[in-house]
Design a binder for this molecule. Structure first.
Ligand SMILES: Nc1ncnc2c1ncn2[C@@H]1O[C@H](COP(=O)(O)OP(=O)(O)OP(=O)(O)O)[C@@H](O)[C@H]1O
Ligand SMILES: [Mg+2]
Length: 272
């Protein structure tokens, strides 16, 4: 099962701040959809993701998952970070089990843990100490830990940014495939335009001061995606252009708002 996420005119001002970090963010993410959030550092991506995870309540507006207001964390909405955050004194299997134990999802736990370790390609490393694994393998353990809760919504905050290009590419493809196979709704924060094009169905481009969704770009490419295909490059170019336009807007460069006719992307469609 997968979740629907509705972000209803969400604004947020942190205590002690004069200006809002997020302003009137309005978006809907359909069940089973994979959405990427891109935007310059500090534009409020993590803040928005924390609201979807129930870790932060907006000052104004509402975040809903499956039409219910999000007021607290829930094991069905799983957040994965840049770092794997594993317990070094436990082995691979024990780390994954711990996620289920913390969430109270113990029924069928042993089978789920084995199934998802197999799925992320670590079936043969289940008894290994996590310290003996590479960074990419540790991130796979964290992924298995998230998946073993069988979440409806996977929230990913730059989960692959610390990895080398090849490991990152392999994990991007695997996670996109797993999300499709498990029918998961996925929201991915990334600074990497290629990662957004490789993994998402739709990309929200955010701008800052205040943080807002400036527009969106559909990624109409079938999975698995070929990074060397001309259509991949075309979509990347369009997204890059939109991203630069958003960056230009926030640095006060009005020229960037109106791209030249030959490179102009399709009109910005508000994420409603
Ligand atoms: N708990 C907090 N208290 C006060 N200010 C905060 C808090 N969390 C974030 N901010 C501020 O809100 C703004 C947005 O932060 P956020 O972490 O959401 O940005 P981001 O887009 O995820 O950036 P990055 O790409 O660098 O991770 C920043 O100016 C940050 O300093
Ligand atoms: Mg962030």
């Amino acid at each position: 099962m997968s979740a629907t996420v509705t972000i209803d005119y969400v604004s947020h001002t942190f205590r002690g701040h004069r200006e809002p970090t997020l302003s009137s963010v309005d978006a809907r993410i359909e069940a089973g959809e994979r959405v990427a959030l891109v935007g310059r550092s500090g534009c409020g991506k993590t803040t928005l993701l924390q609201m979807m995870a129930g870790l932060l309540l907006p000052s104004e507006g509402v975040v809903r998952i499956n039409n219910r207001q999000v007021t607290r964390p829930n094991a069905r909405w799983n957040l994965m970070f840049q770092k794997a955050c594993l317990y070094p004194w436990l082995n691979v299997r024990e780390n994954v089990r711990l996620g289920c134990l913390f969430a109270g999802r113990t029924e069928g736990m042993e089978d789920r843990v084995d199934r998802f370790l197999e799925l992320v390609g670590l079936g043969d490393r289940r008894d290994a100490p996590v310290q003996s694994l590479s960074g990419g393998q540790q991130q796979r353990v964290a992924l298995a830990r998230s998946l073993s809760l069988e979440p409806e919504l996977l929230l990913l905050d730059e989960p692959f940014s610390a990895l080398d290009t090849f490991t990152r590419g392999a994990l991007q493809d695997d996670v996109a495939q797993i999300a499709a196979d498990q029918d998961l709704t996925m929201v991915l924060i990334t600074h990497d335009i290629d990662e957004a094009v490789a993994m998402a169905d739709r990309v929200f481009v955010m701008a800052q001061n205040p943080g807002r969704v400036l527009g969106e770009e559909p990624i109409p490419l079938a999975f698995p995606r070929n990074r060397h295909a001309p259509e991949f490059s075309r979509v990347r170019e369009r997204l890059m252009h939109r991203f630069e336009a958003a960056s230009g807007l926030q640095s006060g460069n009005e020229a960037a708002e109106t791209p030249s006719a030959d490179t102009q992307p399709p009109p910005i469609r508000r994420a409603v």
